[in-house]
Design a protein around this ligand. Structure first.
Ligand SMILES: [Zn+2]
Length: 191
């Protein structure tokens, strides 16, 4: 199960064109571009105890609020957690849309439909059984049927990937070589 989640996340990062080193703000910009709507990141002195981050979805834009009073690494984790919520919501919506299209044969075929991963994120939400998940489950603050844990796992996997790549050799100056290194690093990071 966790392997599937790794695979899905890698596919998402590749689709977004995210390459190491990880820059969470850049990742959000790319996600915003893909969604075709602004995504605002706002640091705020959120009350403690309480959620350290929040995603608010408006009609035409998204806002991710994150705790101002913490380390940058923690902030990255908070933002990635909320990005996880957005990705889950996208997949759920894509699944709903394709279900609706299946019911209306007259509808115009959507060129992107083939690339939509319907079996994806939503299906991975409810059940996890690995040790890593248990460790993360303790950090979940809400009892909402497992999405919190899964989303937290998304953030953790991306951060672990980035940490693995950061500890490898610095990227070469030659762009072609960089691509090779990124590909290799990508593979190593996801083993
Ligand atoms: Zn959450």
């Amino acid at each position: 199960m966790e392997k599937d989640l790794h695979r899905l996340i890698r596919r998402e990062l590749q689709d977004l064109g995210v390459t190491p080193p990880l820059n969470v703000h850049d990742l959000c910009e790319r996600l915003s571009r893909r969604r075709g709507r602004p995504l605002f990141l706002r640091a705020a002195p959120l009350p403690k105890p309480g959620p350290s981050g929040m995603w608010a979805e408006y009609d035409t834009y998204d806002v991710i609020l994150y705790q101002q009073e913490t380390t940058e690494l923690h902030q990255d984790g908070i933002i990635l957690h909320e990005v996880g919520h957005i990705l889950v919501a996208e997949k759920e919506r894509a699944a709903e849309d394709s279900a609706r299209e299946a019911e209306t044969p007259d509808s115009t075929p959507d060129g992107d439909a083939g690339s939509v991963d319907v079996e994806g994120w939503a299906a991975l939400m409810p059940v996890f059984g690995t040790e890593a998940v248990k460790r993360i489950a303790q950090r979940c603050s809400y009892d909402d049927g497992g999405e919190e844990c899964a989303v937290e796992l998304v953030a953790t996997i991306i951060l672990e990937w980035s940490a693995l790549l950061a500890s490898s050799t610095p990227p070469a100056d030659d762009p072609a070589l960089r691509r090779v290194e990124a590909a290799l690093g990508d593979r190593r990071g996801w083993l």
